[in-house]
Design a protein around this ligand. Structure first.
Ligand code: DC
Length: 335
């Protein structure tokens, strides 16, 4: 049995705010610890005595944590204590090193156990960044955030609406009503567009090219970057993309820039698509990748670029294991 701690503050003693905060806290604890819901045996909550509007345990049950035993208690009133705070203790049936989660105002409570680590892995398509980012996140037991998936979802939406993807104003109208959620299922990122899981669909080649086009518009990027920063501020994660080290998280603790020859990168994507049962023309795919690189590098706003303090790794002649080992070694050297 492992015990995971967590806490959050609420903005107000209000039923909906308590429900939202409890859900957010529990989902984040689940995500960073890559928990399955049935691995949680019990959750004990305590809330400060200025919270009267709702039981955290009830909020947890309503948030889908109904399979474990839940209990709420009220803390004594301590002078100088953090107000409007809900604490949680999760008893978990899993062999893991627990990662405790302190959100919002509660971050100040336990700086010792909540230091957030952000790893930025940038590079062009097929450089191996997502495979490596996933492995590193898994080994560090932290979240993996595929930022490309977010631009791909925007592209899918624009294509489905028959929009001119070069026209930023037209896209703004579409994206204003779009609902994009990043969820995690057993530690695997799911991209949910307007309530539909589009994780597979966004990988198709025509969506890749359109993603590159929609992502050059500043208004699209600003919106996506806001979401990415919000996630990275709250929890340790490995983010892969084009502009993580330069723009999204210029203060990331570790920065890598992966690259490989266009030939090798095209071959990797080709193999992936063929393995997924798709019929693809290798030369066309390679030409697309080169065109996408050009567009991603040449856009004005937050282009694909190596951050000055990022470590460059050419993965052309390396296996995934070799790249992962090198990334880990470089991180170890920096610690
Ligand atoms: O990483 P990917 O191939 O899934 O990304 C698809 C496109 O999205 C890519 O061609 C450019 C854009 N993108 C971006 O501009 N910034 C990011 N951080 C990630 C992706």
């Amino acid at each position: 049995m492992v015990i995971i701690r967590g806490a959050t503050t609420v903005d107000a003693d209000d039923k909906e705010e308590i429900r939202r905060s409890v859900r957010e806290l529990l989902e984040q604890i689940e995500n960073v610890n890559q928990l399955k819901r049935d691995e949680i045996v019990s959750i004990v909550f305590s809330s400060t005595s200025d919270i009267h509007s709702y039981y955290p345990a009830k909020a947890a049950r309503e948030a889908g944590f109904a399979g474990c035993s839940l209990f709420s208690a009220m803390e004594p009133e301590i002078e100088g204590g953090l107000p409007l705070c809900i604490r949680a203790m999760l008893f978990v049936e899993k062999n893991l090193v627990p990662r405790h989660v302190y959100l919002r105002g509660a971050k100040v409570l336990r700086k010792d156990i909540t230091s957030i680590i952000n790893v930025a892995i940038d590079g062009p398509a097929g450089s191996g960044k997502s495979t490596v980012a996933k492995r590193i996140a898994h080994e560090m037991n932290i979240l993996y955030l595929d930022t490309g998936a977010m631009y791909r979802a925007c592209a899918l939406k624009a294509l489905a609406e028959g929009a001119d993807i070069e026209n930023e104003t037209a896209l703004q109208d579409i994206f204003r009503t779009m609902k994009l959620d990043i969820a995690y299922e057993n530690g695997v990122q799911k991209t949910i567009l307007d309530g539909r899981d589009v994780s597979e669909e966004i990988r198709l080649p025509h969506v890749s090219m359109a993603a590159s086009t929609v992502s050059k518009h500043p208004s699209v990027r600003v919106h996506m970057v806001e979401k990415q920063r919000e996630i990275a501020q709250k929890m340790s994660c490995v983010l892969d993309g084009r502009d993580i080290g330069t723009f999204v998280l210029p203060d990331a603790d570790f920065k890598f820039f992966l690259t490989a020859s266009p030939e090798v990168r095209a071959k990797r994507r080709y193999d992936e698509l063929v393995a997924g049962g798709h019929e693809v023309d290798f030369e066309a795919l390679k030409a697309d990748i080169v065109r996408r690189d050009e567009q991603d590098m040449k856009r004005d706003f937050a282009p694909l670029k190596q951050a000055e303090d990022a470590i460059l790794i050419d993965t052309s002649d390396m296996t995934v294991d070799e790249v992962v080992a090198l990334v880990k070694r470089k991180m170890q050297e920096k610690i």
